[in-house]
Design a protein around this ligand. Sequence first.
Ligand SMILES: O=C(CO)[C@@H](O)[C@@H](O)COP(=O)(O)O
Length: 160
Amino acid sequence: MVVCDLEGTLVDGDRSPSSDTAAHAYVYRHMSEVGGVVHTHSTYATAWAARREPVPCVLTMIADEFGGEIPIGPFALIGDDSIGRGIVETLRASRSPAVLMANHGPFTIGRDAKAAVKAAVMVEEVARTVHIARQLGEPVAMERGDVDALYDRYQNVYGR
Ligand SMILES: O=C(CO)[C@@H](O)[C@@H](O)COP(=O)(O)O
């Protein structure tokens, strides 16, 4: 493990930082509420990213955690802040803490690392479940008002 500052400069450790460092640093610099960013190549979420298809809001757990569909972000090359720009641009237009970067995979954010990891686990779970549902027919979209009510309850009331 190494420690970098918000410009992506190495400040502690003797190994090279991740090639994604500039992308993550961009998110931290431009979304002050974010204290954790997670990136995985989890199988089902990455399969949706490969198709550039948002995960539709067809489950209460999607409404709870993501507040709507899980959006697709633009394709961006690895190595500079391009991915970070795509993440910020996409998540600013959504309530979702997860974005499926096109042809790449899921990136999630949270107020801290634990919340970002939770979103990464949940995005994979719902990507898998909706994929399975689709094998049996077309999942049914939820009403916007119901999505809003579920999101409000989960974000502001549940577990308090
Ligand atoms: O998604 C990818 C590659 O597809 C990146 O997250 C990956 O290259 C980052 O690797 P490193 O953290 O630099 O070892």
